[in-house]
Design a protein around this ligand. Structure first.
Ligand code: NAD
Length: 453
């Protein structure tokens, strides 16, 4: 078993640290955020991830994991140091590597014995080479240190499960010594390991994420065409899914991808290509489709209504997907300012994301409209003039068409996640617009129609 330090206690670092402890390693998680560290020490997870808090508490009590802001004490005697700090997008699309370089320098100035530094954060191809050189440049003690790449593939909302039961572990190393250490660290997980060189490992991460983003944008592009030609995207996806070459996952059309990875990783790879004088046309297209998709329903609703001024707008779902409290690049972040600008009175419901959202958009009068956070879907819908659905939380999926019809002032829904059956909405007399499917109109007014008819 190894003495492991993990830099960064976000979605990646914390989950990795807890799972390393769970399989028996001795782990110290480091963060610069004192609030986070004191929460962690008291057994509270600063992020919402199913099953995480329980594992944190279990391994803390067992003495296999601890948390600190004191990086020197954590790094100086570690066998392996994982880096899981953020690499956010910069305005030109490139990845911001300043958090990585800060940690690299802290490691160089702290370590007192030979160790392997492992970059888990998503970084541009070639960054690991630079991190190794950077550590050598700032090294204080005469110790052997190498850098390896170990990109992370967990999905938020199922991060613990994805780590303990990953499809594969990618390790990118430049020596047998580093390869052996990293293989041994992962040995207790009993998962398939793919061992490649560092640059290939870095590229595998971008290529995988961008492929998934492309798949989503492709389905959204086809969905938009379905609306114009009278086809149904869900039937189309079902038909496609039987083909094993295509696969059945990531075929759901919707209001576009969000989160902390796909948007920034597509832009970062496009930027890397541009720097090499190469145009990555496919990824560029995925980015463009996604940008337009995010406000598709807002534009549709704007055509249908005169204005949102003084209208009660119910917003169901704020997070970028269910199972997480993360709001980064969520559809809500794109659409709510547009609605507020037009004077909407927004009543927002999200089972876990409302607190984080209210830090960005506090309750009360805002811009030309207002923001209210409510604890129930019914409260949000009560006497609402229009409803937008941005996240397919289970409790939102369970709301029946009757509830919309009964509670809303005007039963008018714009569903960015295609969660309801169009015919059921039509039966109930609810006007229901979604993505790539027919839309229903209120009973007695007009039959189910395609968007362009
Ligand atoms: P995050 O923003 O949730 O967490 C980063 C943490 O690092 C923060 O708690 C921050 O306080 C801490 N930090 C910053 N500087 C530090 C320092 N010098 N020492 C110690 N801690 C420091 O980030 P995240 O979502 O966990 O992502 C981390 C990386 O993993 C990114 O490169 C991301 O692209 C990649 N990744 C993320 C996911 C995901 O689903 N979130 C999945 C795969 C890969």
């Amino acid at each position: 078993m190894f003495k492991i330090a993990v830099a960064g206690t976000g979605y990646v670092g914390l989950v990795a640290g807890v799972c390393f402890a769970e399989v028996g390693h001795q782990v110290t998680c480091v963060d610069i955020d004192e609030n986070k560290v004191s929460m962690l020490k008291s057994g509270v997870s600063p992020i919402y991830e199913k099953g995480l808090e329980k594992l944190m508490q279990k391994n803390y009590v067992a003495g296999r994991i601890d948390y600190t802001t004191d990086f020197v004490s954590a790094y100086k005697e570690a066998d392996v140091i994982f880096i899981g700090v953020g690499t956010p997008e910069q305005s030109d699309g490139s990845a911001n590597l300043s958090y990585i370089s800060t940690v690299a320098r802290q490691i160089a100035e702290s370590i007192e014995k030979s160790c392997l530094v492992v970059v888990k954060s998503t970084v541009p191809v070639g960054t690991n080479d630079k991190v190794e050189q950077f550590i050598q440049d700032f090294l204080v003690n005469d110790v052997h240190v190498e850098v390896a790449s170990n990109p992370e593939f967990l999905a938020q909302g199922s991060a613990v499960h994805d780590t303990l039961h990953a499809d594969r572990i990618i390790i990118g190393t430049e020596s047998k010594w580093a390869e052996k250490i990293l293989t041994d660290v992962y040995e207790p997980f009993n998962l398939p390991i793919v061992s490649v060189n560092r640059r290939s490992a870095e590229m595998i991460k971008y290529a995988s994420n961008d492929f998934l983003a492309l798949k989503i944008s492709y389905m959204n592009d086809i969905a938009n065409l379905c609306e114009l030609v009278g086809a149904d995207i869900q039937d189309v996806a079902k038909g496609m899914s039987f083909d094993e070459r295509i696969g059945s996952k990531f075929l759901n059309a919707g209001i576009g991808y969000g989160g902390s990875c796909f948007p920034k990783d597509t832009k970062a790879l496009e930027y890397i290509a541009k720097q090499q004088g190469y145009e990555l046309k496919t990824v560029k297209a995925a980015i463009e489709v996604n940008r337009d998709q995010k406000t598709k329903l807002f534009k549709k609703a704007s055509k249908r209504l005169i204005t949102f001024n003084n209208l009660k707008v119910a917003v169901l779902g704020l997070t970028f997907k269910p199972g997480t409290d993360d709001l980064r690049e969520a559809a809500s972040i794109e659409n709510i300012p547009l609605l507020l600008e037009q004077g909407a009175e927004i009543y927002a419901y999200d089972p876990v994301g409302a607190e984080n959202f209210s830090k960005l958009y506090p309750e009360g009068k805002l811009r030309n409209g207002s923001m209210t956070y409510v604890d129930s879907i019914e409260h949000a819908l009560d006497q609402a003039n229009v409803c937008f659905i941005f996240t397919e939380w289970k409790e939102i999926k369970e709301v029946s068409p009757e509830i919309y019809k009964k509670l809303m002032r005007t039963p008018l829904i714009y569903d960015g996640r295609n969660i309801y059956n169009v015919e059921n909405m039509q039966e109930m007399g609810v006007e229901y617009h979604s993505i790539g499917r027919k839309f229903s109109i209120r009973k007695g007014v007009k039959k189910i129609e395609f968007q362009n008819s």
